[in-house]
Design a binder for this molecule. Sequence first.
Ligand code: KE4
Length: 422
Amino acid sequence: MNTDKSEKLYTKALKFMPGGVNSPVRAFKNVGRTPLFIEKAEGDKIYDADGNQFIDYVCSWGPNILGHANPAVIEAVKKSCDSGLTFGACHKGEIELAELIQKHIPSMEMLRLVNSGTEAVMSAVRAARGFTHRDKIIKFEGCYHGHSDGLLVKGGSGLLTNSIPDSAGVPKGYTETTLLAKYNNRQSVEELFENNRGEIACVLVEPCAANMGVVPPEEGFLQFLRDITKENGALLIFDEVITGFRLSLGGAQQYYGVTPDMTTLGKIVGGGMPLAAYGGKREVMECVAPLGSVYQAGTLSGNPVAVAAGLAMLRELESSPEIYDELDRKSAKIESAMKKAGMNVNRAGSLLTAFFTDAAVKDYDSAKTADTKRYAEYFSYLLENGIYTAPSQFEAMFVSAAHSDEDIEKTCETIMNFKFSG
Ligand code: KE4
């Protein structure tokens, strides 16, 4: 596969950006290859600078559930641009998007639009602390919630990929109030509540973890978190940046039937543009400025063009709810091909990960037993065969509505022909 142009571009990119990238996981560091420079994307395909074509299962890490360059979303963005890019003032679209989000995620009684998942989670945690007047929070090892200082503790995604569980540059004081529990481990949560009585503001969780690879919640785990937070006067925050509108139109809270006090959204909700949201119980959100004393702001928050993309995306999804059954059917085919190839697979809806370990992967410790060198082999094998999957063992594979049955078939055959070298 010729990648000359990507190599040349990468050499130049290294001069200007750390690792030549604007987000670490894109650097392909852990799969031992030079990153590809993508020039165009449409439907389930991406095309790189050298003209190589790939069936794409990264989907920009989740937003492209309808596939790339969905015509309705593109049309809405183009139309919105004609009225100006940003006003820094109120506009009708914000209300329409907030209303549409609330229609499908009614637990978000009041919400605020922001620009990234990081900002959404950072703000939700601040609101939870402001509302409860408590400082401590519980997060789970291997879950990733963006790069705000207090959450860069045993995180997943790029932190796990690059084996930097805790980031440099974060003063100890910023993480002292971040307590760590183990995913799918009730006792680890009970002990933290026992030892920090009355001090925990919230439990922050990916309702289906997807940043240590996909690790679904075990039966009853989410309900357990719902109960123990209620018993202790703490808020339950579902970080649905990945699962929101992915697992169902009502996100993971509808898919698993557990309702949090607060929810964060990103990726799909922005239709591929920089837009995210946080929200929840009205009484909590009324603590946020200018109503309350929890401050949060943003120049481009609720940006009209991003809002237009988000509205178009959600309207497309709600106009064809059968998409979710289709996503499940296609993803189940890939899961079965992986299993036929002898792989250890976790799947939730259209999120899946093949783990290169014999251990049942149900938390951070078991995920870390994966053989990342063999994963790198698998990644390269797929890439050389025209399939672009996550350049990290600790990310999810995303299936979109645009993945044709023919491309799913091709993907399955390619996976089943994978032979390890070792
Ligand atoms: P952003 O700030 O990247 O928009 O969202 C942060 C975030 C928050 N919560 C969850 C559950 C997330 O998965 C993310 C970001 N996801 C990663 C991929 N696992 C983004 C990809 C990247 O970092 O380049």
